[in-house]
Design a protein around this ligand. Structure first.
Ligand SMILES: CC(C)(COP(=O)(O)OP(=O)(O)OC[C@H]1O[C@@H](n2cnc3c(N)ncnc32)[C@H](O)[C@@H]1OP(=O)(O)O)[C@@H](O)C(=O)NCCC(=O)NCCS
Length: 355
C-alpha cells in the first residue's frame, strides 16, 4: 500500500474511473456506463457524491463513492450517505484498500452533517462491511401477490417461484439485459401532472410532521420530493418503469413499478407508493396497483413487507427476507429511530434498488 496515493474524486477522473468500474463490477455489456455514472453521481437531486480514488503511479486502481441521500424518520429530514460503487483493480485486492477508502470517507461525511450511511452489499463486500462493524438489518422482507395463478403455476411451479422472487431486486435488470435507452417519458409526464405534483407535496409534508414513535411514519424511508421522483423514475434510462395515479375526492394515490421478465413471467416490483394518510388513500393504492398490473400484463406483483401502507397489502403473501441485503453505519448517536434492524424502517423496494 506504500505506493498508493488517495485523492478526492474529480470530474476529470471520470473516464478512468468508469473503465475501472466496467472492469471490476459492471462488465463489458453495461450500456452507456459514463451516462449512468453521471446520472448517479452528478445529477442526483440530493447532491453530488462523495468520492475518493487511489492511484498507483498514473493509474487509478480503486474508486469509492457515497451518494448523498435524504431519508425521513422520527419526524425529521435526515441527510445520509449511500455507499455505492466500490471497485479495486484485481491486482490490488485483499490489501485493505476497500476498508481504508471506506473509513476515510466517514469523517468528511460526518463533518457535513450526515447521520448515517446505508448500502446494498454484494457477497464480496458484505464480509468487509461486517468486519468494519456495520449493522446488518439483512435482506429486505417482501410480499407477493400472484395475479394469474394458473399461468404462473404452469410456468414455474410454486416452489420455483419462491426461489425466483426477489433475487437481484436491487441491481441491474435482474437477469435482463440493461438497455441504456429506456424511455420513461410517460412516467415523467405523469409525475409532472399538477394533481400528482400536489399529492407528492402533501405526502412530503405528512412525512415531516411529528408523529408517535409507534406509527409507521416514524420509521425510515426515502424523503419524497418532486425532483427526486423525476430523477429516479422519469429520467432513468436504464430501468423500465410504469406508473399510475388514482384519485377520489381529496384522496389520491400514485404507484410506480419496475417491470422484469423472470422465469418466463412478468414481474412487477412496486417501487414507489405515494399516498396521504387515511383509509381512502390506502384503498386507492390497492386500486392503482391492480390497474398497473393489468396494464403491464404482470403475472405477479412484489412489494416491500415493510411498507407504510399496510391496508393496501391485502392479498399479498409474505415470502420472507428475499429482497436486497442491506448494511448500515451510524454516524450520529442522537437518532430517535434505530436503523440497525428492519423495525426502524418503512422503506419500499425503490429505496434500495439501483446502484
Ligand atoms: C469487494 C472489493 C471492493 C474488496 O476490495 P479489497 O480492497 O480487496 O478489500 P479489503 O482488502 O479492504 O478487504 C476487507 C475485508 O473485506 C472482505 N473481503 C474482501 N474481498 C473479499 C472476497 N473476495 N471474498 C470475501 N470477503 C472479502 C474481507 O472480510 C476482508 O478482510 P480480510 O482480508 O481481513 O479477510 C473488491 O474485491 C472488488 O473491487 N470487487 C469487485 C467489485 C465489487 O464487487 N464491489 C462491491 C460492490 S457492492
Amino acid at each position: 500500500m506504500a505506493d498508493l496515493e488517495i485523492h478526492p474524486l474529480q470530474r476529470q477522473d471520470e473516464a478512468d474511473v468508469v473503465e475501472l468500474m466496467r472492469l471490476a463490477l459492471y462488465g463489458r455489456d453495461f450500456p452507456d456506463l459514463p451516462g449512468y455514472w453521471r446520472w448517479k453521481h452528478y445529477d442526483n437531486p440530493f447532491g453530488e457524491s462523495f468520492g475518493l480514488v487511489a492511484r498507483a503511479g498514473d493509474q487509478i486502481v480503486a474508486v469509492r463513492a457515497f451518494m448523498n441521500w435524504h431519508l425521513c424518520g422520527g419526524g425529521r429530514l435526515l441527510r445520509v450517505g449511500r455507499a455505492v460503487d466500490m471497485a479495486v483493480h484485481p491486482e490490488w485486492r485483499r490489501r485493505g484498500v476497500f476498508e481504508r477508502m471506506t473509513l476515510a470517507l466517514l469523517e468528511p461525511m460526518t463533518a457535513e452533517g450526515l447521520v448515517l450511511t446505508f448500502n446494498t452489499p454484494n457477497a464480496m463486500s458484505l464480509a468487509g462491511y461486517l468486519k468494519m462493524g456495520w449493522a446488518h438489518p439483512g435482506r429486505l422482507p417482501l410480499r407477493v401477490k400472484i395475479r394469474r395463478p394458473l399461468r404462473t403455476t404452469v410456468r414455474v411451479g410454486r416452489t420455483l417461484l419462491t426461489r425466483v422472487i426477489g433475487g437481484g431486486v436491487s441491481q441491474g435488470g435482474g437477469g435482463q439485459a440493461l438497455q441504456g435507452n429506456v424511455d420513461n417519458s410517460r412516467v415523467l409526464r405523469l409525475l409532472r401532472d399538477p394533481a400528482v405534483v400536489e399529492l407528492v407535496q402533501r405526502a412530503r409534508e405528512a412525512q415531516l410532521v411529528a408523529i408517535s414513535p409507534r406509527s409507521t411514519a416514524f420509521r425510515l424511508r426515502t424523503a419524497l420530493g418532486q425532483e427526486y421522483l423525476e430523477w429516479h423514475y422519469g429520467k432513468n434510462r436504464w430501468y423500465p418503469y410504469a406508473a399510475t395515479y388514482e384519485a377520489q375526492g381529496p384522496a389520491a394515490a400514485l404507484v410506480i413499478g419496475r417491470l422484469r421478465q423472470r422465469a418466463g413471467l412478468v414481474e412487477l416490483l412496486l417501487t414507489e407508493v405515494v399516498t396521504c394518510p387515511g383509509r381512502r388513500g390506502r384503498a386507492l393504492v390497492a386500486r392503482a396497483a391492480a390497474r398497473l398490473a393489468r396494464e403491464t400484463r404482470a403475472d405477479y406483483l412484489v412489494t416491500s413487507a415493510l411498507g407504510g401502507t399496510p391496508g393496501a397489502l391485502r392479498g399479498y403473501i409474505p415470502v420472507g427476507r428475499r429482497g436486497v441485503d442491506v448494511t448500515v453505519r451510524l454516524l450520529e448517536s442522537t437518532l430517535t429511530v434505530d436503523p440497525s434492524t428492519w423495525a426502524g424502517w418503512a422503506a419500499g423496494i425503490g429505496d434500495f434498488e439501483l446502484f
